[in-house]
Design a protein around this ligand. Structure first.
Ligand SMILES: [Zn+2]
Length: 276
């Protein structure tokens, strides 16, 4: 196959489009950290790897008045605290529920302002959205949020930079329960979690179905007692990211330490697996 000649329309198009391809690659390139194996191996802090005797319990997509209170009640019964990655627009819509979540001992973190997919680069919007979300959370919780988990776990270069400017540290997850799917049940969620969870891991569940299959939050809620009991039986404590001792700041590319001191820096999990 011959290359287009110097003056051909195809060569011209390639020349014109090349800068856009470079911009697109720079924009979406960091999103490869979405791949769990790559993340665990090369970015343990981003994967939420913490102290080996601890599981970080995290929930995304709230606050949601239909479901979040149910999670707060079950967590109270279990005596467990968690990290809730909330959406800024929902925090300002349901400030009392967000405040109650914090007052009941949970940690609030930033999931974004809205739950959008960032296919087109817009660094200014990324920064404005995260700044707004940080202030919304800070206002209701009374303390500055520390963690950031982007919607769908897609970390673009613009989101990296926005997190750094906002003093947030990106943390994704090491295990999930696939609780957002229409066919999810408490048993399927627990089985999925059991297959992947190790000491030092960060578990992703959802306390709202606003962005997924209707009613799917029941599967996560129903699985919760069994998951927590399994961890405790294996000698693993369960708690928020603040108590997880996750990675060192240097393990997160582009991370700039916030004003307050980061959690104790301890490396890596032991690979220890709960005996369910
Ligand atoms: Zn989400």
């Amino acid at each position: 196959m011959s290359l287009p000649s110097a003056g051909s329309p195809a060569r011209h198009a390639a020349t014109v489009l090349a800068p856009f391809a470079v911009v697109a690659a720079a924009h979406i390139g960091p999103a490869v950290t979405w791949l769990p194996g790559l993340r665990r191996r090369f970015f343990p802090g981003l994967a939420g790897t913490g102290r080996p005797d601890h599981i970080a319990l995290t929930f995304d997509d709230g606050p949601d008045p239909l479901s979040t209170p149910r999670f707060l009640d079950v967590l109270d019964v279990l005596g467990v605290r968690a990290t809730f990655f909330v959406l800024g627009e929902s925090v300002v819509r349901y400030p009392a529920l967000a405040r109650e979540t914090a007052e009941r001992g949970h940690e609030l973190a930033v999931h974004g302002w809205t739950h959008d997919r960032p296919w087109l680069p817009d660094p200014a919007r990324d920064t404005a959205d995260l700044t707004r979300a940080v202030h919304a959370v800070w206002q209701v919780a009374g303390r500055r949020p520390r963690w950031y988990r982007p919607p769908y776990g897609i970390l673009t270069s613009g989101r990296w930079a926005a997190a750094r400017r906002s003093g947030l540290r990106p943390v994704l997850w090491s295990t999930w329960g696939r609780d957002w799917t229409a066919g999810a049940t408490p048993a399927s969620v627990r089985m999925t979690v059991e297959a992947g969870l190790r000491g030092g891991g960060t578990l992703l569940l959802h306390d709202s179905d606003r962005l997924s299959a209707a009613g799917c939050w029941h599967s996560a809620l129903g699985a919760l007692p069994g998951i927590v009991d399994g961890c405790h039986a294996a000698g693993l404590s369960v708690g928020p990211l603040a108590e997880h001792g996750t990675g060192r700041p240097a393990e997160t590319p582009g991370y700039r330490a916030p004003a307050e001191p980061p959690p104790a820096a301890r490396r890596g999990g032991s690979g220890q697996r709960p005996s369910w």
